[in-house]
Design a protein around this ligand. Sequence first.
Ligand code: NAG
Ligand code: NAG
Ligand code: NAG
Ligand code: NAG
Ligand code: NAG
Ligand code: NAG
Ligand code: NAG
Ligand code: NAG
Ligand code: NAG
Ligand code: NAG
Ligand code: NAG
Length: 404
Amino acid sequence: MLSLTSISLLLSTMATAQQLTSYCNVTGGNGDNNPAPDGKYTIWSEGIRVSFVPYGASISNLFINDSRGIERDVVYGFDEAWMYTTGQHGYWGAVPGRYANRIVNSTFTIDGVPSHIIPNENNSTDTLHGGPDGWSYRNFSVVAHTDSSITFSMTDPAGDQGFPGEVVAFITYTAAPYEWRERMVAIPTTEKTPIMLSSHVYWNLDGYANDQTDTALNHTLYMPYAGMRTNVTTTQVPTGTLDTNWADGPFDFWTQPRQVGYAFDQPELNRSCGPTCLGYNVCFLTQRQEAEKEAWEQTGAQVATLRSAWSGIQLDVFTDQDALQIYSCNNQNGSVPLKATQGTPTNSMLQHWGCVVIEVEDWIAGINYPEWKREEEQIFGPGTQPYVLEATYRFSINQTAVDD
Ligand SMILES: *[C@@H]1O[C@H](CO)[C@@H](O)[C@H](O)[C@H]1NC(C)=O
Ligand SMILES: *[C@@H]1O[C@H](CO)[C@@H](O)[C@H](O)[C@H]1NC(C)=O
Ligand SMILES: *[C@@H]1O[C@H](CO)[C@@H](O)[C@H](O)[C@H]1NC(C)=O
Ligand SMILES: *[C@@H]1O[C@H](CO)[C@@H](O)[C@H](O)[C@H]1NC(C)=O
Ligand SMILES: *[C@@H]1O[C@H](CO)[C@@H](O)[C@H](O)[C@H]1NC(C)=O
Ligand SMILES: *[C@@H]1O[C@H](CO)[C@@H](O)[C@H](O)[C@H]1NC(C)=O
Ligand SMILES: *[C@@H]1O[C@H](CO)[C@@H](O)[C@H](O)[C@H]1NC(C)=O
Ligand SMILES: *[C@@H]1O[C@H](CO)[C@@H](O)[C@H](O)[C@H]1NC(C)=O
Ligand SMILES: *[C@@H]1O[C@H](CO)[C@@H](O)[C@H](O)[C@H]1NC(C)=O
Ligand SMILES: *[C@@H]1O[C@H](CO)[C@@H](O)[C@H](O)[C@H]1NC(C)=O
Ligand SMILES: *[C@@H]1O[C@H](CO)[C@@H](O)[C@H](O)[C@H]1NC(C)=O
C-alpha cells in the first residue's frame, strides 16, 4: 500500500507535482486506511452512504432512502471484497482504464508511432476497457480515507497491455449531502499515451428490490444534450461515423424523458447491440456550448436524469465529460447474485435488463479517428495537462411517488 510519505516522495520527484497537488487535492486523511471486516471502505454524508473496494477502485454499495423511507442499495456489487477477484468479472462499479471502451483493431498511432494493445474481444480483433488486465482488474491502494472521502491510487507500468509509458492515477470519491462525487486524475510520467477513464456502475434505482419487475426498463431516462451517437458494428466496434438520434426514433432520449424500454418493439433498435441482442449499448454524445460545459456542476446542467416511479428515487448526473455510454444490461442473464441488501422474495440474481449502466467518458475510439479532433481530450504526456474526469451523482426523492 502506498503511504502518504511515499506520495510526498512521488510529488517531490515529479515534474508535474504542482499540477498533481492542485488537481488531486490529496490532503491526508484520518489514518484509517484499514477496511471493514468485509474488505470494504465506507464514506457518508447526509442521506447517503457509499462503500468501495480496492479491486478496480470499485463502488460496491450506495445506500439512499426511498420515498417510503426504506433504505435502498442502488448499485450492483458483491457482498465481500474478496468476491470481486474470484467471481464473474463484469467491470462491476469499476474504473475501466487506461482506455475505456473499444480500441479498433487493438491499435493506434501517436506521432507516427504505432502501439499494439492486447486484444480481448470479438475473437481477438479489438480491445475492450484497456485489455485483459485493464485497470478494473487491478488492486488499487488506499492513500487517504476520511468519513466523507477516499482516494485510491495505482501506477500503471510502461508497456503494460502494450500502452506506451507509465501512468500514475488517483481516484477520489467524496460524499456530500445526497451526492456522490468522483474525481479521476491520471498523469503520464514518461511518454505520450491515450487515457480515457470512466465509471462502470450498474444502477437500479429500486435497489434491485422491485417486487413488480426484475428489470429496470420502467426507469425513465432523459439526456437533453444527446442528439447524436457514435455508429458501431454489430460487434460494438466504432466505425468512425456519427449517427443522428432522430426525434421520436428509438435513440431519442433528448426531446423528452422516456422509459428505458420505450422503443424495444422498434425494429431499428432490435439487434443494434449485437447479433442476438435487444437493448441499448450506445455511446451518446453530450453536445454542449463551451460555457455550458464549464458550468457542468450547476443546478439544471445535468447531462442525464434517471428516475424510478416505484422507489421515487431520482439520479441526476453532472460531468465535465462529453459522452455517456448507456448499457441496458442486455447481456446479464441471472448468473450473478445480488447482495444481501438487495433482491425480493422471488429474485436474488442480477437479471436480463435488470440495470442501467451510465458511463461518463469521452467519445469512444477517439484515438482511432483523428478526424474527430479528440486529441486534447484523449492524448496526454509529461508536458500536457493531466487527464481529469469529474462527475457528480445527485439524488432526490419524489415524495409523491409512493405506489401502493
Ligand atoms: C481541496 O480540499 C479543500 C479542503 O477539503 C477544499 O476546501 C477545496 O475545495 C478542495 N479543492 C478542490 C479543487 O477540490
Ligand atoms: C434512512 O433512514 C434511516 C431512518 O431515519 C436512517 O437511520 C438512515 O441513516 C437513512 N439512510 C441513509 C442512507 O441516509
Ligand atoms: C481496422 O482493420 C480493418 C481491416 O484491416 C481496416 O479496414 C480498418 O480501416 C481498420 N480500422 C482502423 C480504425 O484502423
Ligand atoms: C469481429 O470478428 C469477426 C470474426 O472474427 C470479424 O469478421 C469482424 O470483422 C470483427 N469485427 C470487427 C469490427 O473487428
Ligand atoms: C476466430 O479466429 C480463428 C483464427 O483466425 C478462426 O479459426 C475462427 O473461425 C474465428 N472464429 C470466429 C467465430 O470467427
Ligand atoms: C488483489 O487482492 C486480492 C485480495 O484482496 C488478492 O487475492 C489478489 O491476488 C490481488 N490481485 C492482484 C493482481 O494483486
Ligand atoms: C413498464 O414498461 C412496460 C414496457 O415499456 C410498459 O408496458 C408498462 O406500462 C410499464 N409499467 C409501468 C408501471 O409504467
Ligand atoms: C428482433 O429480431 C429478431 C430476428 O429478426 C426477431 O426474431 C425478434 O422477434 C425481434 N424482436 C423484437 C422485439 O422485435
Ligand atoms: C451504423 O451505420 C450503418 C450505415 O449507416 C447502419 O446500417 C447501422 O444500422 C448503424 N448501426 C447502428 C448500431 O445504428
Ligand atoms: C450467462 O452469462 C454468463 C456471463 O456472460 C455466461 O458465462 C453464461 O454462459 C450465460 N448463460 C447463459 C445460459 O446464457
Ligand atoms: C413524482 O411521482 C408522481 C407519481 O409517480 C409523478 O406523477 C410525478 O410526475 C413525479 N414528479 C417528479 C418531479 O418526478
